[in-house]
Design a protein around this ligand. Sequence first.
Ligand SMILES: Nc1ncnc2c1ncn2[C@H]1C[C@H](O)[C@@H](COP(=O)(O)OP(=O)(O)O)O1
Ligand SMILES: [Mg+2]
Length: 194
Amino acid sequence: MADKIKDAKIIFVVGGPGSGKGTQCERIVAKYGYTHLSSGDLLRAEVASGSDRGKQLQAIMQKGELVPLDTVLDMIKDAMIAKADVSKGFLIDGYPREVKQGEEFEKKIGKPCLLLYVDAKSETMIKRLLKRGETSGRSDDNEETIKKRLDLYYKATEPVIAFYESRGIVKKVDSELPVDEVFVQVSQAIDSLK
Ligand SMILES: Nc1ncnc2c1ncn2[C@H]1C[C@H](O)[C@@H](COP(=O)(O)OP(=O)(O)O)O1
Ligand SMILES: [Mg+2]
């Protein structure tokens, strides 16, 4: 089964909370037909299902912490296999959150051809998340949890970018710009893959 996804194009989309990963992924899906898999969305769907696993996940996410590595990876892999026949490639949004997650992903699934680094200042991310929190219904879009998520991003996730820099596959886009202008940079990064 996993063979089906071995040759698929895989893009890691990495950036802080509220940097604009989901927004840019939506555009990529529309233009390039990639499949968008947000680890956060997959986890929130599990929470919404009301399963026991979902209840455990909710408690962790509400604290702004990372859920166990194997849980997220299994969910991503299942979702990739389900879409393998119809997908031109995969956008893995919000994963890896730490270097170890990237290593495990490569062992169990495959290597990314690009890491799209969606970069914004922390003040910008906080502002966007507080605004998003007015309507998102996300229990982690509150001031206290946002601060923890940002701390964890700088501590655990920025090293992921450095790790893939050394492999030469990181493309950074300036997500301080308006969405359309960010997407111009995103498109250039994806077009240069072919
Ligand atoms: N370039 C941009 N300029 C202004 N607002 C943006 C933006 N990119 C995203 N946003 C808005 C949309 C959302 O309400 C909020 C967070 O964006 P998001 O795509 O949900 O971020 P992420 O998925 O990285 O957490 O910011
Ligand atoms: Mg998102």
